[in-house]
Structures are given as C-alpha cells and as structure tokens.
Design a protein around this ligand. Structure first.
Ligand SMILES: [Cu+2]
Length: 145
C-alpha cells in the first residue's frame, strides 16, 4: 500500500462525479431552453362572447349578458355578440369613444353574430339602438401588461 495512491484515486472519482453532475445540469438547461424556444406556442387569443338573450326585445329586465366585460389586448380582445333572441338587435358605440365601433344600421338578426376587435385601451359604452333604454353594455379594454 503506497501512500498517496488512495487519495489520488478518491480525488479522481470525486472530480469525475463533479463533471458528470455539471454535464447533467448543462444538458437539462439546454433541453429546457430548446423546448421553450421551439415549442412555446405564444399567447392564444380567445374571443369573449356577449349574448343577446331570448326575449330581450320585449323584456326590459334583460340586457346584454354579461352587460359589462373586461378584455385584454392580445389576450381576448375580440368580442362576439351573439343574438339568441328572435328579432333583430344592434351594437352601437354610444359615445364614439375611445374609438367608434358598431353600427345602428347593421342589424344582427336572430341567431346571427357580430364581432369587433378592440385595439385601443379604454372604456367603451354601447347600446342597441332598437332597445336603447335597457340594452346597454360596457367593454373595458386593458393594455397587455
Ligand atoms: Cu335590441
């Protein structure tokens, strides 16, 4: 038994273990980054549905459902109004602010939809000009954080 050979072997084993550990960590990081950059699908933009419920043309207790929504640009800033009633309705921007949208002459027939994509942050009040006293809604548009 020679002095020095045992410590040298132990040091060699310790060094190999360390480098294997480092290699494993590097591989995990590289694979993780590759997965992130190759397969990250990016944000999924979804739509928000606002219903014009059945009976809203006559029943003044009904309204757009939900009557107030909050959307985020780049996330869910396309709003789809769905007419589930049996008669026409419209979506008209009440104040043309921050930007105008909708149309008093674009009737949304029974079973039809109309959509708008909001690109400017702000609070948009709108109404149905055929039933303006009780069909009133608000879309709050927020910038992406
Ligand atoms: Cu209406």
């Amino acid at each position: 038994m020679t002095t020095g050979s045992v410590p040298t072997t132990a040091a060699a084993k310790s060094g190999a273990t360390k480098w294997i550990g480092i290699a494993v960590v590097v591989v995990i990081i590289v694979v993780g980054l590759a997965y992130f950059f190759l397969y990250n699908p990016g944000p999924t933009i979804t739509t928000v549905t606002v219903v014009m419920p059945n009976g809203v043309a006559a029943d003044q207790s009904l309204n757009f459902q939900p009557s107030t929504i909050t959307v985020v640009i780049g996330v869910n800033n396309t709003v789809v109004w769905t007419n589930q009633d049996t008669t026409d309705h419209t979506v008209v921007n009440a104040t043309a602010s921050p930007t105008a949208f909708g149309s008093a002459s674009a009737l949304i027939g029974a079973g039809k939809t109309s959509s708008y994509t909001f690109m400017v942050p702000g609070t948009y009040n709108y109404f149905c000009n055929l039933h303006p006293t009780w069909m009133k809604g608000t879309v709050i548009v927020k910038a992406h954080s």
